[in-house]
Write a protein that binds this ligand. Structure first.
Ligand SMILES: [Cu+2]
Length: 236
């Protein structure tokens, strides 16, 4: 499983270079492979410059890959588009309600994962949010919320907790704080996924997604801004 450590035992019955790699090929191509070599082995005639060869193989680590998850549901559209390698991630989040009361949000952040286990992610970016509200709203810190019309920078730290819940603490350019806790893709069955999120801006979301094919899921969610919706989710 992701972020898990496993110990393996194997019979090292030949000298030279051993390539250990994940058999999910896009994992291998994004760095999930390492070469172990016997010390003092004779040089491999096909790679006379072994240092350069290793550098080339491990450069896979730094390649960027695109991903996306976009929900098209009766209450609006919510999704994210990512460009990431094993350390860096640029992400755009979109939330488009079907009315001004449900609101619109777009956020683009760039950040880096730190540490061997990459639990910590530090990021900065820009957030735009518009939502028609009847009166002033406060967040759980007692600050007047700026969700009704926010165009500002954001910076934060996210930390992956046990059970893969992500805790996210941030401040925006208007001095508003936000703490958020959530997890995506909790497997209820092999095809059914549950997601849960709540934050100190009094926003919350719970969703269910039934995976039909690799790219298409049937989904529904309840969102504090968008309310109940059902439709499809496209995953790339
Ligand atoms: Cu893998």
């Amino acid at each position: 499983m992701q972020m898990e450590t496993d110990t393996i035992e194997f019979a090292a019955t030949a000298n030279g270079d051993w390539f250990f790699h994940c058999h999910i090929l896009y994992h291998m191509m994004s760095g999930m492979g390492r070469i172990f070599s016997y010390e003092n082995s004779p040089a491999n005639p096909e790679t006379p410059d072994s240092a350069a060869a290793i550098k080339k193989v491990y450069a896979d680590d730094r390649r960027f890959y695109a991903g996306a998850k976009i929900g098209l549901e009766s209450n609006g559209s919510e999704g994210n588009i990512d460009l990431a390698n094993t350390r860096w991630k640029i992400q755009t989040l979109l939330k488009l309600g079907t009315s001004d009361e449900k609101g619109y949000e777009s956020e683009t952040i760039a950040g880096r994962y730190f540490g061997q286990m990459q639990w910590l992610y530090a990021y900065a970016g820009f957030n735009y949010q518009y939502r028609k509200v009847s009166g002033p709203e406060k967040n759980l810190f007692g600050q007047i919320s700026d969700q009704n019309d926010r165009h500002t920078v954001v910076a934060g730290l996210a930390y992956t907790l046990p059970l893969l819940f992500v805790a996210d603490a941030r401040v925006d350019g208007n001095g508003k704080f936000r703490l958020q806790l959530g997890r995506e893709d909790i497997p209820l069955t092999s095809r059914l996924r549950f997601s849960l999120m709540g934050n100190t801006d009094k926003e919350y979301n719970a969703g269910l997604r039934y995976i039909v094919t690799k790219y298409i899921s049937v989904s529904s969610n309840y969102d504090s801004d968008l309310k109940f919706g059902a439709g499809i989710t496209i995953v790339y």
